[in-house]
Structure formats: C-alpha cells, structure tokens
Design a protein around this ligand. Structure first.
Ligand code: C2O
Length: 534
C-alpha cells in the first residue's frame, strides 16, 4: 500500500453553537476534525503537534494496530501524553481493514471536540460487496455543552457526581435547524432523485447511545465498525458511542427537504435528555420556501426498536469475507460491569459514584502500561485481574447490598494467539444503563446476548458461531449480558472500557496484556524514538 501523510495541529478555536461562543480544542481549527482517507493495507503517518495547554493523545478507534501498540493512543495505557509544545508521529498500517472508523483524543474528555472520520477504501480495483453509491457522506454525531467541558469533567472526576448532560446533540457538529438558535442552519446533504448515497455514520457523542432516522427514507445497513454485514433495511439505526455504521439511502422521493433526526436511546427508566439533533436531505431543485418533512423520533424507552436493530446484524460471511469465529476457547472469562459507590472523605455526600469490571475500579497509572510491560518496569501494574467477579452476583435477585468496589491497576494476561470467550454481564446495580464496551487492538464476534443472568449451561447452546457480527464496540444491555469471542493475535497492552466517557472516568475499564515472551514473531515492534515521556 501507499503511505498517507497527515499533520494534526492541536489548536484552540473559538466556536459558536446555541448562540454562545467558547474556545474549544480542535485539530487544525476544524470541528469535526479532518477526515483521514486511505485504502486497505496503506500506511498512515500522522504528525501531531500540541499547541494547547493540555496534554493530548490521539486514538485511532478500531484500527487493529497489529504489533504497533505504540500508535494506539490511549494516554497512560500505550503512551505518555503529548505535552504542550510536544510532537509525536503516529504510524500504523491498515492491514486487512476497510470501512469507516474514526479517530479521537484519548485523554480526559478532550474527545468531545477532538475527533474525526477515518475512511478506508477497499484496495484499488476491489468493489464494495453492495451497490456502488453515487456519493459518500461522512456523518459525525456528537454532543455539545454550553459550559466548559473541563468543569464538567471536574465535577464527575473529582467529586464522583453525575455530570451535566449535554445541551445539544449534533450532526457534523451542528445542532441543526430545529434548535432554538438558527444561526448555523445545520448540516445539509444535497441529493438527486433516484441516486444512491452512502452515509458513513459515526457516534462521537460522549455519553449517549443514539437513534438515527430520515423522514420518508429507508436505510440499508451494509457495514458496522469497518466490517461488512448482510445488508438489511430499516427505518431506524441504533448507534452507541464508539460505533460506526455505513448505510445506503436511495433518494426515492421526488423533491423537498427531509429531516435527518438523531435522538437518544435510554433503556433505563430515566429521562436524561430529549434534545433531537437534526440535519436534512435536500433534493436538487427544491425551492427554499418548502417546509421540511419531519420524522418522529422513536419513543425514549424504545428497547424493542433497539433489540430489533441489534438482532438484525450479521456478518456478511461470504467466500470473500468469511467470519472466522473461534470455535474452541482457551480462556473463558466472565466480567460483571456496572456502577457502585465508594466512601469519599472529600466528596459532598461522603461518597462517590464509581464504576467497575468484576468489582475492580481501574486506577490510571502515572506512566504508560505498554512501556512498563515492554521494559519490564515493576510496580506499575499487576496481572491479577480476576477472571470472574469478586462479589457474588445475581441480577434477578435483590440488588447487591454491597456496592463497594476495590481498586487497582490490574491487567489480565493472555498468551499470544489464545482464543478468548468473554461474557459481559451488566449488574444493573445503582441504575440500569446500557454499556457500549470497546476493546482496543482487536475485532471480536458478538456470539450471543440476552436479558437477565447469563446461564453458562444453556446460553452457549444458543450462540451464533456461523455469522455473528464482528465489531470493536458492543452494547451490553441494561440488566443483560453479551458474549464475545476473539483471538489474541496482537501482542501488546490493550485497553477495554465503556465508551460512555463518564463510566470510563469512574473506572469502568481494564486492560489485557498479550504476550508469551517467545520472541520477535510473537511480540510487538520496538518503541518509536519520539514516543512521549511522562
Ligand atoms: Cu474510542 Cu478507548 O476508545
């Protein structure tokens, strides 16, 4: 493949949304940031220069980073952050990957405004396994806060309280024409009657799963998380933070303007936010005075709509794009995920909200785990992350009385090439919420899901080992479980966390270390010389 060079200058930019201005952190002054365009097997080199007063690091969400963990980006996991005035060149190859992925800052909550698309086209001459679109459009969904996001972070991190919900959802950074401030108009997609368009939809929102619909149009889903799926047609797309979805839209209407609506999905009985972000499809030749055709958002507790969408997702699993699901399992893991409460002397109520995996609240180290692993530095982490929960767990019984968690920088060690089955069980303790779990460094197959307690005897019999969807981020339903399988074929230290930023902040995260110390073929490349220091 070719080498694609990009330069990312991290700079402040005064930005006006909802009739108010504030300085935000951006890449090259753009919001959303620049789109990286490459082809399968190309090498991408991005020189990041930090011109702001904050520490920065960039993650290439969904890029496998085979043996190049140094370029993965999560601060204090694979690298020390790029300090003010610092520079770092991320270099990685898009081996065997094509589709839509995205990049975002991976430190504190900077990703609220520091994010953009990665479009990986198939190799030259290789067609898409579906109808060729007339045009492709990147659609980045996000959230906007009127207040300073630093203040929102502090509230959540230092005090362990629920953060303010965002003031608007956004489509390509605009709340849209149906917000109470018309200044920016909103994002428009110009279409010609009868033509096919491909939307590359990315959920870059910090804390909300979103529904996506277009008035008067059906959506045909062809790809999620840069893996092809069996095409299916739907009115509504469900997309969790971290996930990407490619959908084809045929301009089947005659003329007019059609609303594109984005609204939150909460499978919890709590109304958090019902601000709908909007954009529009504009048919060529439509007079500007024509009224936009509206679409009703799905109801707020639209669990059946969500389930219907999730259950429609299947790997394409064709001769050319087979689903290589691991059929035998070397490591069988059961992780509970959820929220808890720990005492906190400095907090307002004497306690703070925490989140955990297997009752362990992850503590961020002061130096990068990957370096500590590579150079054998002791005292940075332990590799005793439990393979099952520390506290007894029963979702259908009374909620656990003990919501306390223990804390530590604990990793789970996997030998190179081991096959892994991981059942993620939401505890529903405190509040029922769906958790979009993201695993760095791997794609995994979603072999099963269900509501209530996972049954290790009967549930595996129902697993789909033929054409399960392959992805890098999966929603674990409130009070339910999701089973994934993957092969640990990528040496390094790989973060796994809830992609709801607030839950990551509270500790819903852990990391795998993949290594069996067998030499170069099975180990990662040496660190780049410009790797930032802590
Ligand atoms: Cu998109 Cu660790 O994140």
């Amino acid at each position: 493949g070719r080498v694609r060079h990009y330069k990312f200058n991290v700079v402040m930019k005064n930005t006006t949304r909802l009739c108010e201005s504030k300085p935000i952190v951006t890449v090259n002054g753009r919001f959303p940031g620049p789109t990286i365009v490459a082809r399968e097997d190309d090498t991408v080199m991005v020189k990041v220069v930090n011109h702001v007063k904050y520490n920065v690091s960039i993650h290439w969400h969904g890029v496998r980073q085979l043996r190049t963990g140094w370029a993965d980006g999560p601060a204090y996991i694979t690298q020390c952050p790029i300090q003010p005035k610092g520079t770092y060149v991320y270099k990685f190859t898009l081996t065997g990957q094509r589709g839509t992925l995205w990049w975002h800052a991976h430190i504190l909550w900077l990703r609220a405004t520091v994010h953009g698309a990665i479009v990986i086209l198939p190799k030259l001459g290789v067609p898409y396994p579906y109808l060729k679109p007339h045009k492709e459009v990147v659609v980045v969904l996000g959230e906007w806060w009127k207040s300073d996001t630093e203040a929102v972070i502090n509230q959540a991190q230092k005090l362990g309280q629920a953060p303010n919900v965002s003031d608007a959802h956004t489509i390509n950074s605009h709340p849209g024409p149906i917000s109470n401030c018309l200044g920016n108009g909103g994002f428009k997609v110009q279409v010609d009657q009868g033509k096919i368009y491909m939307l590359r939809i990315i959920n870059a929102a910090l804390n909300e799963e979103l529904f996506f619909r277009i008035a008067g149009h059906k959506l045909t889903v062809v790809e999620v998380d840069a893996t092809y799926v069996k095409p299916f047609t739907t009115d509504t797309i469900l997309i969790a933070p971290g996930q990407t979805t490619n959908a084809l839209v045929t301009a089947t209407q005659t003329a007019g303007k059609y609303l594109v609506a984005v609204s939150p999905f909460m499978d919890a009985p709590i109304a958090v936010d019902n601000v709908t972000a909007t954009a529009s499809l504009h048919y060529s030749g439509t007079v500007s005075s024509v009224a936009t055709k509206l679409v009703a958002p799905p109801p707020q507790n639209a669990t059946p709509v969500a389930n219907n969408f999730i259950n429609s997702l299947r790997s394409l699993n064709s001769a050319k794009y087979p689903a290589n699901v691991p059929l035998t399992i070397d490591h069988s893991l059961f992780f509970t995920i959820g929220l808890g409460i720990n005492p906190c002397a400095t907090c307002v109520n004497g306690s703070r909200v925490v989140a955990s995996i297997n009752n362990v609240t992850f503590v961020m180290p002061k130096t990068a785990l990957l370096q500590a692993h590579y150079f054998n530095t002791s005292g940075v982490f332990t590799d005793d992350f439990p393979s099952k929960p520390l506290m007894p767990y029963n979702y259908t019984g009374a909620q656990p009385k003990n919501l306390r968690t223990s804390s530590g920088t604990k990793l789970y060690r996997l030998p190179y090439n081991a096959t892994v089955q991981l059942v993620l069980q939401d505890t529903g303790a405190l509040t029922p919420e769906s958790h979009p779990l993201h695993l760095h460094g791997f794609n995994f197959f979603v072999v099963g899901r269900g509501i209530g307690n996972y049954n290790p005897v009967t549930d595996p019999k129902k697993f789909n080992l033929v054409d399960p969807v392959e992805r890098n981020t999966v929603g674990v339903s409130s009070g339910g479980w999701t089973a994934i399988r993957f092969r640990a074929d990528n040496p390094g230290v790989w973060f796994m966390h809830c992609h709801l930023e607030i839950h990551t902040t509270w500790g819903l995260k852990m990391a795998f270390v993949v290594d069996n110390g067998k030499g170069p073929k099975e180990s990662l490349s040496p660190p780049p010389t410009d790797l930032p220091k802590c």
